[in-house]
Design a protein around this ligand. Structure first.
Ligand SMILES: Nc1ncnc2c1ncn2[C@@H]1O[C@H](COP(=O)(O)OP(=O)(O)O)[C@@H](O)[C@H]1O
Ligand SMILES: [Mg+2]
Length: 280
């Protein structure tokens, strides 16, 4: 089974500017991957290449086994652009109907009802976009991307404009998408609880992958500290699994143990040091 998204050696130059400098990235089937990086890192460029909106300078991108930009690839993905705007005079239901026509979806009213239910907008189905909060519009945007049940969803900064309550709602939605085994690539320049729902996080800086892994892997161990009557002893190479043995050894040597701390960097620290903004 082909990956939902497979990028290999992806590079993009805009004139003299190198936006992507050879990126490998995979979104497996049913996987929720966060693509994190500061503004200008190349996240939107990568997603636009996957959509076929931007042509790579070199390297390749495939969506469910089809070359990015082909009809087949486009049919397999749903996309929510970074700065989207739906016509203000359309209702939620009309926005989805429009996108059903654009996507050639035959789902009709049943599909629209289901999607509005999924994003919690059933009550607002007759409400005009103009009269919706940012959070509601963002959820409508995600519903729009899901028209036609694409196996891959590309969400470019879906939470950056939202307040904490709006983010929490989107997080719930992402968790539901994961239960439904939709593959998602989520772009963000923020590290928030949303990103922490990702199965895997890829950190991009200056067009390169600088770190990648599961959130708990990226929260690196920094050792174990043990308080004894001789003072605090630090074991910089130790991890949580070593703690019981270290304590047993100290006790066997006749020391008294008053406290044990397993130290780890948070994903946020890893992110900041990976993108080189830790001095800010
Ligand atoms: N159409 C374009 N023409 C020229 N430069 C661009 C274009 N699109 C993006 N860039 C530049 O490419 C770099 C990466 O941009 P982008 O992919 O939007 O990053 P991100 O989404 O991570 O903020 C930035 O320096 C940006 O200014
Ligand atoms: Mg962007």
């Amino acid at each position: 089974m082909a990956a939902a998204l497979q990028a290999r050696g992806l590079a993009k130059r805009y004139g003299a500017l190198e936006a992507l400098a050879g990126v490998d990235l995979e979104v497996g089937e049913g996987e929720l991957v966060g693509l994190l990086g500061p503004n200008g890192a190349g996240k939107s460029t990568l997603v636009k290449i996957a959509c076929g909106l931007v042509r790579p300078t070199s390297g390749s991108a495939e969506v469910c086994g089809a070359r990015a930009g082909t009809r087949e690839a486009r049919r397999s993905l749903g996309y929510l652009a970074e700065l989207f705007r739906f016509p203000g005079w359309h209702t939620a239901d009309e926005v989805l109907a429009l996108h059903q026509r654009l996507a050639g979806s035959l789902g009709g009213a049943a599909e629209r009802g289901e999607l509005l239910d999924l994003v919690g907008l059933v009550e607002a189905r007759k409400r005009r976009v103009d009269a919706m909060s940012k959070g509601m519009q963002q959820r409508l945007g995600i519903a729009q991307a899901l028209v036609g049940q694409p196996p891959l969803l590309l969400l470019d900064e879906p939470t950056s404009a939202l307040d904490p309550a709006g983010r929490r709602t989107v997080r719930g939605l992402l968790e539901e998408l994961r239960r439904r085994r939709v593959s998602v690539l989520l772009n963000s320049h923020l590290l928030s609880e949303i990103e922490l729902v990702c199965d895997r996080v890829v950190i991009l800086a200056r067009g390169r992958v600088v770190a990648a892994g599961r959130p708990e892997e990226l929260a690196r161990p920094r050792g174990v500290e043990i308080d004894t009557d001789a003072g605090t002893q630090t074991f910089p190479r130790a991890s949580r699994d070593d703690a019981p043995r270290l304590v047993a050894d100290l006790i066997a040597r006749g020391e008294r143990v008053y406290g044990v701390r397993v130290l780890s960097t948070t994903l946020e620290e890893t992110y900041l040091s990976a993108v080189g903004e830790d001095s800010a």
